[in-house]
Structures are given as C-alpha cells and as structure tokens.
Design a protein around this ligand. Structure first.
Ligand code: ADP
Length: 732
C-alpha cells in the first residue's frame, strides 16, 4: 500500500462546475493512481457513486472492511445514510440520525473536523445504532475547510477500523477531504439547480396566474394580500395617484372580500364557494363574483388562502333571464294546456261532429260524434267499412271546395251514411280555414250539423200546416153552416114566440069566450035546481046536478089555463110587499079547514121562531100553499098533514114544507106531475077540484117568485112538497 504524501506543489484544479478544489498535501499525493482516483472522484456527478468510490479506495488502501457515508441535512436536522461498503445499501439508505441526539458519538463527531475513534460501548448505549453493527468505529467528519470549523462539515465517513491503522491516518483525512469537496460541490450544484427550477416554476406559475382572466389572490391568515394577479390588483389595489372614486371602490371591494373570505373560512375547511358583490373600480358598475377559496399551508404552522374570483355578473343576468323566460314559458305552457283542455272539453261535449283536417285534407282530430261517422266501431263489418270510406270521400271532396273556391268559409248540405245502421244522415256542413297568419293555412275546421231532426220537423210542420188549413176550412164551413142554422133558429124562435103569443092570446080569448056561456049554463042550471022553473023530478034533479058539477069543473080548468097563460105571457107581474109568514100560513089553514076530515086526518103547523119578515108576492105564496095543502089533504085518506116553515141564513132562503102521510107518488111520476096534465089521480073527496094543472101552476109561480118547489115522496109512506123562496124578492 502506497502512503499518500503531502503535496508540496499544492496543486489547484478548477472543476467544470466552477468549484475550486484545493489539493492539500496527502500521504500519496503525486502517484498516478492517486491522481486518477482524485480525477475520478471529481468527475463523478453523483454523490453516492462518489462516496462508494472513496469507500472502495479506502478499503483497498487501508483494509477497512466496512464503512458508510452519511450526509448532513440541516433542513431536516438529520444525518442521513448515503451509501455503504460491506453493508447492505438498503440499510444505509434507510438509516438516519436526528441531530437533536446531541450526546450520540456520531453527532458529537460532527462538532469537530478531526477524525474520532468511537468505542463499541459508547455506540451501544444509544437508541440509534449504525448500519455497521456492534463494532468500534472511526467517525471522520467530511469537512471542506478545517479553518471554518464544524460549519464546513457536510457529512461523516463512518469506518470499521482495520487493525493496522489509526483514525488519524492522513490517507483517510485526505480521502475524506476530497470527498467533502466533491459532495459540497455537488450539493451546491443541486441547490443551484433547485433554485433555478423553483424560479422557473415560480415564473411559470406567475404567468399562469397572470394569464387567467379571473382575479386570483393569496392571502395570509390575517387577510393580508401576499400574491395577486393583475385582475385581482385592479379590484383590490389602489395607488395614491388614482381617483378618489376608484380608491373608494377598491376600499369597498376589500371590505366585501374580507367579509366573505372570513365567512367562507368560518363555514368550512373544504373549498368554499360564495357570491361576493363588488364594484368595478374604473367603470363604477356593480359586479357579482363567485369566490372559491382554498386553504393552503404556506410554511410550518402558517396557513394562507388561495382565492379565485369568477365574474358571474353576466352569467347571473343570463341565468335570471333564462329563469324568467322559463317561468314565462311555463306560464304560457300551462295557459296553453288549460286552453287545450277547454277546447277539448268543448269539442268533446259538442253534440255536432267537429273535425280538424290538415291542409292536405287528412283528418287530424275529431270529436266522438264525428268518430261515429268516420271510424269503424269495434265489431264493424265490411258494410260499415265501405260506408266509412264513402263518408270520407264525401267529406274530402267538400273540404277541397274550400281551397278550390279560394274562400275562407264554405257551406253546403251533404249526405253521409250511418256506418252502423246504413241510414242516410243529411247534414249541413260548414268548413273554415284555420290560418296562422293571412295566407298561411294550418288546417280546416268543419262542423257538421245533423239535419235529420230538422227535416223531420219541417216535414211534420208541413203536415200540421196542411191539416190546420184543412181544419180551418172545415171550421169556416161549419161556422157558415152554424150561422145559417142560427139564423134559421132565430127565425124559428121568432116564429115560435109569435105563435106562443098568438096561442096565449088565443087561449085567453077562448077561455074568456068559454067562461061567459059556461057561467050562463051554471047560472041557469042552479036556477033550475032551485025549482024556479017548476018542481023537478028526482031523475031530472040528478041530471041537472051532473051538468052543474061538470060545468064547474070545466070552469076551474079554464081558470087554471087562464092562469098559466097569464104567467107565460108575463101578464102576472110580481107585486112584492112585506109579508108576515105566520099570518099568511094561518090564513091558509083557515081556508082549508073545511077540507079536513077531522076524524081521520090530523093537521099541525110548525113555524120556526127566527123566520124574519119576508118581502115577496103575498098572493102567489098563498096560492101555492093552498094548492099544496089541499093536495096533501086530498091524497091522505088518514094520518097527518103538517106545515113546517124555516129560515136558512146561510143562503137567505125561507122554506115552507107541506108533509103528508098519504098515498105517495111513484118515482117515475115525480117529474111529470109538474107538467100540465102530466099525471092526475082522482081525489078521494071527488073530482070536482082536480084539473091536473095545480102543480104546474105552482112551479111556474115559484119560478116567478125567484124560487122553486122540491119533492120527496115514497109510495104508501107519504109526500113532502117544499117551497123555497128568497127572503127578499129582487126586482128585475
Ligand atoms: P089535481 O088537480 O089533479 O090535483 P095537481 O097538479 O094538483 O092536479 O096534481 C097532479 C097530480 O099529482 C095529482 O092528480 C096526483 O096524482 C098527484 N098529487 C099531487 N099532490 C099529491 C099528494 N100530496 N099525494 C099524492 N099525489 C099527489
């Protein structure tokens, strides 16, 4: 092994990196091998290769079997393993020793520039071992300049010593110096490259930040602006020379920005988004920015905020416009939908078929009544299909008229066929063009109005009209006939009246003429019977008595006839006066007294107490009562005859009933007995008074008194004749 000798020439070489390497006198300086070794070490660009080369050289020169090179990392406060010899590389690379372990022999070794021998035990006592294991060590500080002391140390060479050498071997110191110089140079180069790279990155970052059109800022924890691009500067920085307004705007912006930054940071640690209203410092416009801020670490325990502001003024305006338009669109849409629903409702509820066709004539829409004409119902047969086709053809040709005639509306009467039944359906059709604007047709609407009913009605109306005219004609004819008959009847009535008057007159005359000779006959007969013409034989007396009886009877008939004639010809006027009815009845009872067969018939009178005074024709009432009472007595061989008078205030009538328990009147005769000579029954007391005209006269007299006579009778039970007259006769 050659000893490195101290160089007397102190050669100085200049490395391509510009590092000045001062070759200090070494133990073997000057040998070509040493020179090669130094050249190789200085040519190595990698620290680890360099160190490995030195370790290998030391092994070759000194017989050190194991060793390692560790570098100082002041920024990490560590001594880190770089490369080893005789130990696994991985172990060395993974090894590090914190510098804070100040009592560690390796840390202590760094405080000097001289090699230090370390005993086995002093390493063992420390928690951090060396990759070289449990062995005594030489720690050789890698110092660039001994005069500068520990500050010039860049690392350590740690060697397991060989038996033949000491730590202070000049060879080791020489090799360590060369390695230190090279490592320092490489570290210097690395730092410079790092600085350059960082500068490049900073430049690039700056240009990126500047090229971004959004304002970007970096602020510290107190909100101070550390970095800002031009756009951010414009918003948040002001110079003294700027206008008052601009400075004021910048002040406002800073206030708003800080406030929202503070809120953003408070709210969340993740990137926070929020809107910040700012002012354009130059134009003075209101601006709206979206702020995105992210917290970053600026250094140990120091945080900052990166804020990116995006101008969303136009975006917000556009969004609002879009929202407004969307809202309007929704409103229009719902209005359109409502309109469409309403139209559909109208369309579907319309009774008449309605169709919408496109300008080409194809049906686009139809309501249910139209579907019945233009679609085949489920289960429809071939006939139905044919009829639908015919209907289609009729309809299309009608609609085409609209375009052919250049008209906006076209009307006409068409005949369709009911697809289901085959019945003809006459319709009135009205087609109208639907135009988006004049000249631009978008469809045709057609309404079909079923005329079947209208035609039936018209037909019916015609029939009714014809019948009514016929009827009118018949009525006219009948009316004319009626008028003719009326005229005839009027004439007949006139003739009858005249005849009746003539008859009455005739009867009156005849009666009068008859009475005179009859009276003469009665007179002479009674003279003969009185024996004025001599004594009569019994046979003669008998004959004369018969003549007298019959003549008297005839006279009575003639008197009655005269009465009837007078009543009918109105020659028996009503002479109304105050009448006390009880007095009148009493008079009548006195007059009929001789007719009462006392031993067989009982007669009584009942007068109600409330009967007021009457105003009527006394004589006529008396005549009626006399007749009724004499009839009662006449037809009651035995039993009773009673007179009962009442007043009826509900109708202001007075009734006088003559009731007997006599022979009664059969039902069939009850009407005819009131007619002249209707029914006569021979009286039991003789036939002298029976004329068959009494009741006829009574009825006529009752009518003259504005009253009537009613009858209730049963054969073998008796009869009740009741005279009803008003209390007060009304003069005509
Ligand atoms: P006459 O002079 O015959 O009585 P009237 O006109 O007074 O004529 O009566 C017509 C007839 O009515 C009588 O002949 C008798 O048949 C019947 N008639 C009238 N009054 C009574 C009576 N109270 N009871 C039964 N029959 C009567």
């Amino acid at each position: 092994m050659s000893e490195p000798a101290a160089s007397s020439t102190e050669p100085t070489s200049t490395h391509p990196d510009g590092d000045s390497v001062e070759a200090r006198p070494g133990p073997a300086a000057g040998s070509p091998e040493d020179f090669d070794f130094v050249a190789d070490v200085l040519a190595d660009d990698d620290g680890a290769t360099c160190a490995a080369r030195v370790l290998r050289w030391l092994r070759d020169q000194m017989g050190t079997t194991a060793g390692m090179c560790a570098l100082l990392r002041p920024e990490n406060a560590l001594l880190e393993g770089l490369v080893g010899l005789g130990v696994a590389d991985g172990r060395v690379a993974a090894w590090s020793l914190p510098l804070e372990q100040r009592t560690h022999p390796l840390v202590l070794a760094l405080e000097g520039t001289e090699p230090v021998a370390i005993g086995v035990n002093s390493v063992r006592n420390h928690p951090v071992d060396t990759p070289l294991g449990a062995t005594s060590l030489w720690a050789v500080p890698l110092s660039v300049d001994d005069e500068k002391g520990p500050d010039s140390v860049v690392g350590l060479l740690v060697l397991a010593p060989s038996s033949s050498a000491t730590a202070a071997e000049p060879t080791i110191a020489w090799a360590a110096r060369i390695l230190a110089i090279r490592l320092a140079a490489l570290e210097h180069r690395r730092l410079r490259a790092d600085a350059q790279r960082r500068q490049t990155e900073v430049d690039r970052l700056s240009s990126v930040i500047e090229s971004v059109t959004d304002p970007i800022l970096l602020t510290d924890a107190d909100g101070r602006m550390l970095v800002a691009n031009d756009h951010a500067e414009k918003l948040f920085s002001a110079e003294d020379w700027m206008s008052e307004g601009r400075r004021h705007a910048v002040g406002l912006n800073n206030m708003m920005f800080s406030a929202s930054l503070f809120t953003s940071v408070e709210e969340s640690s993740s990137p926070a988004r929020r809107e910040v209203p700012l002012v354009d410092p130059i134009e003075g416009h209101d601006l709206l920015y979206e702020l995105l801020s992210t917290s970053i670490e600026l250094g140990p325990g120091e945080t900052g905020l990166v804020s990116v502001l995006r101008n969303v003024t136009d975006l917000r305006r556009a969004t609002e416009e879009i929202e407004e338009n969307y809202r309007k669109m929704r409103a229009a849409e719902s209005k359109t939908r409502a309109e469409r629903d309403r139209l559909n409702l109208i369309l579907n509820s319309a009774q008449d078929p309605i169709l919408l066709t496109d300008p080409g004539g194809s049906i686009e829409l139809m309501n249910p009544p139209a579907e019945r004409l233009f679609t085949v119902a489920t289960g429809g047969d071939e006939d139905a299909e044919r009829r639908v086709r015919t209907n289609d053809a009729v309809f299309s040709s009608f609609v085409s008229n609209l375009f052919a005639q250049q008209a906006l509306e076209w009307r006409g009467e068409l005949s369709f066929t009911d697809p289901a039944s085959g019945d003809a359906i006459p319709v009135q059709a009205i087609s109208s063009r639907v135009q988006a604007r004049p000249g631009e047709d978008i469809g045709v609407v057609t309404i079909l109005h079923d005329l079947t009913e209208a035609m039936e009605k018209a037909h019916l109306y015609e029939q009714v009209k014809r019948h009514s005219e016929e009827l009118e004609e018949k009525v006219r004819e009948a009316t004319a006939e009626l008028a003719q008959q009326n005229e005839l009847l009027r004439r007949q009535a006139l003739e009858l009246e005249q005849a009746s008057a003539m008859k009455s007159q005739f009867l009156a005359n005849v009666s009068h003429e008859l009475r005179t000779p009859l009276n003469a006959i009665v007179g002479y007969t009674s003279l003969l019977l009185e024996g004025l013409s001599g004594e009569l034989r019994p046979a003669q007396r008998d004959k004369l008595q018969r003549i007298e009886s019959n003549t008297t009877h005839l006279l009575a008939i003639i008197n009655d006839l005269l009465d009837i004639t007078r009543i009918e010809s109105g020659k028996m006027p009503v002479e109304a006066e105050s009448v006390e009815l009880s007095e009148l009845v009493h008079e009548v009872m006195v007059e009929v007294e001789p007719l009462i067969p006392k031993d067989a018939v009982e007669v009584d009178v009942h007068m109600a107490e409330d009967i007021p005074e009457l105003y009527t024709d006394r004589k006529k009432v008396k005549q009626i009562l006399l007749n009724l009472l004499s009839n009662g007595l006449k037809f009651t061989p035995e039993g009773s005859v009673s007179v009962e008078a009442r007043y009826h205030d509900d109708n202001d009538l007075v009734s006088i009933a003559v009731e007997d328990t006599g022979i009664g009147i059969p039902e069939e005769s009850q009407k005819t007995i009131f007619e002249a000579f209707g029914v006569t029954t021979r009286s039991y007391s003789g036939e002298k008074d029976s004329t068959g005209l009494g009741l006829s006269i009574c009825r006529r007299l009752a009518a003259v008194l504005q009253g009537e006579i009613t009858l209730q009778s049963d054969v073998e039970v008796g009869s009740t004749f009741t005279l009803w007259i008003p209390r007060q006769h009304q003069n005509d």
